[in-house]
Design a protein around this ligand. Structure first.
Ligand code: NAD
Length: 491
């Protein structure tokens, strides 16, 4: 496992020699140390990316040529998938099958953007002008040096959502993984090196957000910041980018609703509600953490949900059969426990979970937690908890469900379940959210746009929209007429 920084195609020690411990959330053991980059390292990485963009070959290669590197990176991830998945589990805590799933998706993301890079070569658009004396074309060009800042919940996958389209577009970049989970992002440097990526095209800096991250978002040599993380840091990035008009795309948090009508199959509802909030320990930006259930189904559904949540196997992510691993670190664990205590104080009932499971002395483990009677103005209903905690609430009419669902400052995702397709379509349109699931919750596809309304972010990742984040559009207009322009009369 790497413990240095990847700058200009080489592994280098951090300028100030600082290191950060890496803690396994299942055992609380320190099992590695990573480099903590500081301002000087950020400057060196930006200089490398700047040179690679301004004078290097990368942005000048055709999309087809860049695609070869992207496919080699995809293959590099696949070749090392079992070992990378185990690293991800030790770093993040998630169950091994979920880590394998993430890494397969990460490889697929590089392959997908390799295809889009190839398409870019043919993407010169002739523009039909109203004035026949001119012809015009629209060219799409890489926008420059991009910084990608990612969170800890899907470490390599969130990095891939940014690195793959940025490289496909022809940008050069600096990746800043979360300080808690940098290991697989650092391995990506090794994979990119083995793929022969030119020096300076991808630079990777582990280290604290408040130090190296802050320097990167303020750096005048950076053209674009792509961020996934919390709202407060998103605001800082917008503010820092305002000074020199950096391009900014933000994927932030959510408090997503799941509306379940009484004509739903109760077992399917239980399955998707549980997946929607308990996979990845609920540390999912799109988690459907507010479940609204039509009153006729509410008591039976609550009963089944409590029964099934109680059966979820909790344990070390590396153990066979584990469905719920530990939360990512001590800070997050204490934060979620604080949220549960506050929910109780504010009137909610904890009908299931809410505490450390029996038999676990070490590790940041928490039982899957179901809250009811949650007041609409309480923190548990309004704030993102980012843990395995779901709020359940009955509703009486479709209108009430839509109103409650949309009554949030967030708008990342929403889900609806009903046997009535027309109703599902109606509710899907009424949701003020960037991602809507019908009869399910959470499945995510590289080809489809991902991002939020309202305070859940700006811009879209994935699909062709993800590539747009890293491209500028250039108009090229040609005069094809011999007629004088006639602005002034000669002689
Ligand atoms: P965070 O905002 O604390 O950290 C995210 C990243 O920002 C980390 O790499 C961190 O080091 C860096 N950072 C922190 N301060 C910085 C600064 N001043 N300047 C530059 N970088 C800085 O978020 P987190 O706790 O790692 O992640 C959880 C949050 O991410 C949740 O709110 C969640 O909803 C959100 N999230 C959103 C999506 C999405 O697609 N919308 C996906 C995953 C997570």
């Amino acid at each position: 496992m790497q413990n240095q920084l990847f700058i200009n195609g080489a592994w280098v020690a951090p300028a100030k020699g600082q290191m950060l411990p890496v803690i396994d959330p299942a055992t609380e053991e320190v099992f590695h140390h990573i480099a903590a980059a500081t301002e000087d390292d950020a400057d060196a990485a930006v200089a490398a990316a700047r040179a690679a963009f301004d004078t290097g070959p990368w942005p000048r290669l055709s999309g087809r040529e860049r695609a070869v590197y992207l496919r080699a990176i995809a293959q590099g991830i696949r070749d090392r998938l079992p070992d990378l998945a185990r690293i991800e589990v030790r770093d993040n805590g998630k169950p091994l099958p979920e880590a394998e799933w993430d890494l397969g998706d990460a490889a697929g993301c590089f392959d997908y953007y390799a295809d889009l890079a190839e398409d870019l070569d043919d993407e010169v658009e002739d523009i039909a002008l109203a004035d026949g004396r001119f012809t015009a074309k629209a060219l799409r060009e890489p926008l420059g040096v991009a910084v990608a800042i990612v969170p800890w919940n899907y470490p390599l996958l969130m990095a891939s959502w940014k690195v793959a389209p940025a490289l496909a577009a022809g940008c050069t970049m600096i990746l800043k993984p979360a300080e808690t989970t940098s290991l697989t992002a650092l391995e990506l440097g090794e994979i990119a090196k083995a793929a022969g990526l030119p020096a300076g095209v991808l630079n990777i800096l582990s280290g604290k957000g408040s130090v190296v991250g802050q320097r990167l978002i303020e750096h005048p040599g950076v053209d674009k910041v792509a961020f996934t993380g919390s709202g407060p840091v998103g605001s800082r990035i917008m503010a820092a980018g305002a000074r020199d008009i950096k391009r900014v795309s933000l994927e932030l948090g959510g408090k997503s609703p799941f509306v379940v009508f009484a004509d739903s199959d109760i077992e399917k509802a239980v399955e998707w509600i549980m997946f929607g909030i308990f996979w990845n320990q609920g540390q999912v930006c799109s988690a459907t953490s507010r479940v609204l259930v039509e009153r006729a189904l509410y008591p039976a559904l609550l009963k089944r949900l409590v029964e099934e949540a109680g059966k979820i196997r909790i344990g070390n992510g590396l153990q066979d059969g584990t469905l719920l691993g530990p939360l990512v670190n001590q800070g997050q664990y204490e934060d979620v426990l604080r949220h549960i205590a506050r929910a109780r104080e504010q009137g909610a009932t904890v009908v299931s979970g809410g505490k450390r499971p029996e038999g676990f002395d070490k590790g940041y483990y928490l039982e899957p937690t179901i809250l009811t009677d949650v007041p609409l103005d309480s923190d548990a209903w309004v704030e993102e908890i980012f843990g395995p905690v779901v709020c359940l609430r009955p509703f009486d009419t479709e209108g009430e469900a839509i109103r409650l669902a949309n009554d949030s400052r967030f708008g990342l995702a929403a889900a609806v379940m009903s046997a009535d397709d027309a109703r599902c379509d109606r509710v899907a349109r009424a949701f003020r959210a960037g991602i809507v699931w019908i009869n399910c919750s959470q499945p995510t596809f590289t080809q489809a746009p991902w991002g939020g309304y309202k305070q859940s972010g700006i811009g879209r990742e994935l699909g062709r929209w993800g590539l747009d984040n890293y491209l500028e559009t250039k108009q090229v207009t040609r005069l094809v007429s011999d007629q004088p322009w006639g602005w002034y009369l000669k002689g």
